[in-house]
Design a protein around this ligand. Sequence first.
Ligand code: PAF
Length: 305
Amino acid sequence: MQIVEAPDEFQRVIESMRLKDKSVGFVPTMGYLHDGHMALVKRSRQENDITAASIFVNPTQFNVSGDLTNYPRDLGRDLDLLENCGADFVFVPSVESIYETDTQNSVVHRVNISVSNINSVFEGAHRPGHFDGVALIILKLFNLVGRCRAYFGLKDYQQVLLIIQLVKELFIPVEVVRCQTVRQSDGLAMSSRNARLNDHQLSLATVLYRSMFDALRLIESGTVRIDALKERITSQISKIEEINLEYVDVVTEGTLETPEFAEGPVRILIAAKLGDVRLIDNLGSEEIFGNEKAMQSAGVAGLKG
Ligand code: PAF
């Protein structure tokens, strides 16, 4: 595995691979890798000739500075994991090589990218500036990597929608591949932030998945009013004092639209705070019911029109 630090070198080595007719898979990360990231690397390896990953804790996407300082990091371990997983290249740039910095070492960025519809709801509304920072770094990374397939976990559902929109509207030659959230056996979604939870908090956090799963089962039994799904989740989570629910909502699958009834595939989005750790998760009805056919046999299609 080749480790590359300089952006221009990264661009050059990936371009040289494409010139040899190699298809390129790209897995951007902020490090502190877990099985969710490894699943992205494995999928990229299956679908492409070469796989490049990046590790860069992007300062512009942190709207709370403590969050950036506390973000867990372990580069040595990350590099071992990537190597063992078969990544071919890993890009580990410094902040100064990606952004201009001032004399205090703070990032100066004069080019901003904004995706208005994504910014105003859910994570966008709760984390002002977050998605602008994600859009900016992703555009920079995509410009370095060039034509590729890029792999993203659906745990960051809104981020995936942002990147799909960015690629589409700016004609970026990247195919965005959405990958299922990887969960522990107790349902907790893999996340680098889990490292900041103690064992007790880790077991409490499983209520996020359990409550979403339970709510989606209501669809199976015929209750498809979205309010009922939300109430069910809120009441389950509110039983746990240590958890502060920030929002729970239900969107039509693949969008951020909030329907009144679950008349087709839907996805529950949830954000909660446990201590000072903010957790997000989401679960799609199709993940539970398998496919459209299962939705129909669950009586959902009958409510359409
Ligand atoms: O999902 C992440 O880890 C980050 O938001 C990403 C996509 C690597 C951009 O910094």
